[in-house]
Write a protein that binds this ligand. Sequence first.
Ligand code: 13P
Length: 250
Amino acid sequence: MKNKIIAGNWKMNKTRLQAEQLITQLIPLVQDTANTVIVCVPFTDLQTVLALTKGTNIHVGAQNCHWKESGAYTGEISPAMLAELGVEYVVIGHSERRTYFGETDQTVLLRTKAALAAGLKPIVCIGETLAERNDGLTEQVLTRQVTEGFKDITADELSRIIVAYEPVWAIGTGVTATDDQANDAIAFVRGVFARKYGAQAADALYIQYGGSMNDANAAGLLAMSDIDGGLIGGASLVADKFAAIVHASK
Ligand code: 13P
């Protein structure tokens, strides 16, 4: 099994001062892990978190980027702006962006391409809603998200991408996918990638689970054969809870 990639998605939480406190607490708690640790923080926290984590094993990501390099796009941040700061990762296509900000498979693809071109490593989110799962559409939706959202992605580009399977019904709800539900969906997604990129590339691809993952359920989820890590929202806002998830898989 691969080492895991554990990423926190702080969403719209933590002022600069709060970010400083959380990172200061987190650094000693995760320094001795073999797993990769990433924190994806609000734009306004990036500089602070980058400075504090310099020389540590904590990697830093943003939560979105635009696909243009610059221009009249009020309120947007370009991949080049993030790369210049020293940001390494960027979350793209989170379900909250798809639901509240009109993100589509097409804009996900544009953002992913632009992020890669700027040297960033995208964490691309996919996942079905509760209605889609109840209607038996989970596999269809995941297939569409992978087919459309990764349309022009080359094999070389795929090797720099992390995929996060986040069933929308499990995000922030306290309802976690069972170990088997999460593993089955991720194995299915890996199969879709395998058909396009081959088994070797699909096996090498990191696919995380996200959705109410916490210090109590992480060990079970991370022990599953296809789950390569976690993308953690709420539990990533508390240093010892996030650290426990980082250490849940040895
Ligand atoms: P929660 O862990 O709060 O359910 O959020 C998951 C998520 O959306 C991470 O991107």
